[in-house]
Every structure is written in structure tokens, then in C-alpha cells.
Design a protein around this ligand. Structure first.
Ligand code: G1P
Length: 287
């Protein structure tokens, strides 16, 4: 099988939970401390050696393209103004990855978004990453998945334990068994009611797939919420070939809703080497 280099970022969602902030700008461009959410996701993928990025975008998402594009005017202005550090950062971001943009013309679900990138995957393994799930830690989340992929050459799904009262927000997996620290998954359900949840292990928006997943996605019919669900295609895949789950280590923020986003800014702000101390002092009178 070909080397794992491709990764799909579904970014066509409307960001309704963030309105009105997301009325005219994509939720993926919302800034956590000093960079947009999507940049965290791309840097995490690059750290795992996945350097061919396929961004599935939609209407109103053009600023994502601009963010990863070269702005000759901005770069020369920064250089002329002697702002060398800013120049370096701006030019690094513009050149960090090869990015292909694909349009998802209708919001038919996460599975449909991934399927929109099929043409660019061919017969290769690929990653999928949801940028509004912000995960930070010593070993980047995608790297943790990749280590299991390298060992097994099978599909790998990032997981985290969630309180039972929150299972309805996630894809929830059933675990068939554990061998040598690897969790073999036997199935999964999208956003189950608490009584129907097969476990409390949730899918957290980090995936590595064998090419077979893309073929199965083409066959999946609308499921939960009348949407084409990625989870349903993975459940089908698990019937055909081994699919492993990896409990991901790190701090995870559901930055796709205002509460989680605020928490991400607060925690990462306090941990930031440049802003942390000042922020801590400035916040004291408010706590
Ligand atoms: C998607 C997936 C779900 C997963 C979740 C993680 O749902 O369908 O399986 O648990 O992302 O954030 P969404 O939150 O996009 O509705």
C-alpha cells in the first residue's frame, strides 16, 4: 500500500452553533490564542508526515484558501517594514503544505463531505481530521494514530472516553477486544441515546483509513439526521477488515461551540509561553 500522505479536512459546515460570528467568516478561521483553528489541524497533520492536504470547502470559505496562500504584497510589506519575525511566520504558513480545495456543494453530511474528495485519494490510505476538535499535547493526535497505522496497516480511529450523559453528541464505538494494547472495533453508532450506546468511548474527529473506506462511502445511504454519515461507512468497514481504536492522549477542546472555544482560548492562553504570565495576572481581579 502507498505511503500515508493525504489528509482530508471537511470544512464546509455552516458553523450554526457560532452564529452570528460565523455569518461571514468560516468557523475554521476562528482564532485560538494566536492562530486559526484550521492551522492547528494542518500543523498536526504535517507533524505526522501527512503533507498532501485536501480541504473540502463550501460557500463563504475562501478565507481558508487565502490563509494558506502566498500573499506577495503582505510579505514584501512586512520585509520593507523590517518585521522579520512576522514575515517569516506569514511565509511559513503560506508554504507549509500542498493544499487542494474541493467544493462540497450541498450539506449532506460528514460522510458526503469526505466522499467529495474521492477523486484525489485514488487507491491510497488517507487521514480525515475535524479541525473544530482541537487536540493539543506532547505527541500530536494524528501521530498517535499513525503509529498504530504503521504497525497494522489497518484503519485507525481516535477515541476518548466521555461522560455517559454526553454520548448523544458523538459517534460511539463498540470494542470487540484488546490485543497487545490495540483495541479492535466491532462497530459504532452515530450519536446514540444513552441507553443504546455500546460504550462510553467517543470518536473525536481523527481518523486514518484504508482506501476501501472511500468505496464503502459511495454505498452508504442517509442515516442519523438524514445525513450521509462517516460513522456508518466505518461500521461497514469494520465488518470487512480490522479497524482499530486508539485512545488519544492530550487536551481536547470541542472548539466548534462557543463554550469549548472559550475554554480552549483560556487554557491555551494561560499555557502560552509569551502571553501566559501576563494573562494570569490580568485575570486575577476577575476570578
Ligand atoms: C462528527 C462525527 C461524530 C464524531 C464528532 C466528533 O459529528 O459524525 O461521529 O464523534 O464529529 O466531533 P459532528 O460533531 O460533526 O456532528
Amino acid at each position: 500500500m502507498r505511503k500515508l500522505r493525504k489528509i482530508i479536512f471537511p470544512t464546509a459546515g455552516m458553523g450554526t452553533r457560532f452564529l452570528p460570528a460565523t455569518k461571514a467568516s468560516p468557523k475554521e478561521m476562528l482564532t485560538v490564542v494566536d492562530k486559526p483553528l484550521i492551522q492547528y489541524g494542518v500543523e498536526e497533520a504535517l507533524a505526522a508526515g501527512m503533507d498532501q492536504i485536501i480541504m473540502v470547502t463550501g460557500r463563504g470559505k475562501r478565507s481558508i484558501e487565502d490563509h494558506f496562500d502566498i500573499s506577495a504584497e503582505l510579505e514584501s510589506n512586512l520585509r520593507n517594514a523590517g518585521k522579520e519575525e512576522l514575515y517569516k511566520e506569514v511565509s511559513r504558513v503560506a508554504r507549509m503544505a500542498e493544499v487542494i480545495y474541493v467544493r462540497q456543494k450541498q450539506a449532506l453530511g460528514l460522510g458526503h463531505a469526505v466522499r467529495c474528495a474521492a477523486h484525489w485519494i485514488n487507491d491510497e490510505p488517507f487521514g480525515v481530521s475535524l479541525a473544530d476538535e482541537l487536540i493539543v499535547g506532547e505527541t500530536p493526535a494524528m501521530q498517535q494514530l499513525k503509529e498504530v497505522y504503521d504497525q497494522t496497516r489497518c484503519s485507525v480511529i481516535g477515541l476518548m472516553q466521555v461522560p455517559r450523559g454526553e454520548v448523544y453528541k458523538y459517534g460511539i464505538v463498540s470494542i470487540q477486544g484488546e490485543t497487545d494494547g490495540l483495541l479492535r472495533l466491532s462497530g459504532m453508532v452515530e450519536k446514540p441515546a444513552v441507553d443504546d450506546a455500546p460504550s462510553d468511548m467517543a470518536i473525536i474527529g481523527r481518523y486514518i483509513f484504508t482506501p476501501r473506506l472511500m468505496q464503502l462511502l459511495k454505498l452508504v445511504t442517509p442515516g442519523k439526521g438524514n445525513e450521509i454519515q462517516l460513522t456508518d461507512a466505518i461500521a461497514e468497514l469494520a465488518r470487512e477488515e480490522p479497524v482499530y481504536g486508539v485512545p488519544v492522549h492530550g487536551q481536547r477542546f470541542d472548539a466548534g461551540n462557543p463554550g469549548g472555544f472559550l475554554l480552549a482560548n483560556a487554557v491555551l492562553g494561560l499555557q502560552h509561553p509569551q502571553y501566559g504570565d501576563t494573562l494570569r495576572k490580568a485575570l486575577k481581579p476577575y476570578l
